[in-house]
Design a protein around this ligand. Structure first.
Ligand code: NAP
Length: 276
């Protein structure tokens, strides 16, 4: 008997995906991998033309800071796609500087982009998917939600809020028809640090932390690592509620050790790690 091997991807159904932050880094890598796998993607960035031109990719403008427009943009995309199988809340940016240097308006903007905007899209996706009783939502939070980075208080707190909101909704969902995944990347080599709003000060602790943050990012695994996992998650019958991705030490060893340490030792360990 001759067995003809199945082509790669055979048996997999084509998915319709809504993906924020598709113009750069992790989001761009997901768009590329999903496009290569034959899926159709509605990819967003603040300027639509920054989203790459790829087979199956629809380019959309969406700014998480502009609250009023989010519902309209999502619903219009949903109608055009006739529903999404997967919604990926990935877009985000950071602020680096002493917490007290962050002006209240900037703090509010940060939480709008990293928390309230994400939650609004999450609610829109849940409501729309609820009617069809199926779907997968992936929220990209961060390992910083558990292992905070010094001088990134607003970012760490915002990611922790998103992670716990995701976990709370996982408790609320009545069944497994809609899946919700909290994806927590460790350092991944992207342009994230280039886009960070950064306070310049003559402070050696700030300088040393930035050196470590910059070094970690430059030596981190590429965003394709995350993209490969995300494309696999789309076909997983039972995706994990939380997944950490990155280098072995950051994504596997550090969180495990951290879990068992008393808070005083955690703070000491993080200060050692960042040499502050
Ligand atoms: N890289 C890491 O080490 C790492 C680690 C943990 C978690 N993460 C998280 O992973 C996600 C992706 O980050 P990345 O590393 O891929 O960074 P990136 O290369 O800077 O990409 C960020 C994406 O978010 C979009 N974006 C930024 N601000 C936005 C806003 N106000 N409204 C809508 N879109 C906005 C950007 O699009 P435009 O600028 O074109 O609008 C871009 O597509 C973020 O949520 C980040 O917090 C990253």
């Amino acid at each position: 008997m001759v067995v003809v091997p199945l082509p790669p991807g055979a048996g997999r159904t084509m998915k319709k995906i809504f993906l924020t932050g598709a113009s750069s880094g992790i989001g761009r890598a997901i768009a590329e991998a999903a496009s290569a796998a034959g899926h159709e993607i509605w990819g967003t960035a603040r300027k639509a033309e920054r989203v790459p031109i790829l087979p199956g990719v629809h380019r959309l403008a969406l700014d998480l800071a502009e609250r009023e427009s989010l519902g309209e943009i999502f619903r219009a995309a949903w109608r055009e796609a006739e529903g999404f199988d997967v919604v990926i809340n990935n877009a985000g940016s950071g602020y680096f500087g002493p917490a007290e240097s962050l002006p209240p308006a900037e703090l509010a903007r940060h939480f709008q982009v990293l928390v309230f905007g994400q939650i609004e899209l999450l609610h829109l996706a849940l409501a729309a998917m609820g009617e069809e009783e199926r779907g997968l939502i992936i929220n990209v939070s961060s390992l910083a939600s558990r292992l905070p980075v010094p001088f990134m208080a607003a970012y760490n707190a915002a990611k922790a809020a998103l992670a716990l909101y995701t976990m709370s909704l996982q408790l609320e969902l009545p069944n497994d028809k809609i899946r919700l995944v909290d994806l927590q990347p460790a350092d991944i080599k992207t342009h994230f640090n280039d886009a960070i709003a950064r306070v310049e000060r003559n402070d050696p602790r700030l300088a040393r932390t930035w050196q470590a943050v910059d070094h970690n990012m430059k030596t981190a695994p590429p965003p394709e690592l995350v993209a490969r996992h995300v494309v696999r998650l789309m076909d997983a019958p039972n995706p994990p509620p939380r997944i950490m991705l990155g280098g072995f030490f950051q994504a596997s060893v550090a969180p495990l050790i951290f879990r068992f340490l008393p808070q005083r030792l955690r703070l000491w360990g993080l200060r050692q790690y960042y040499r502050i």
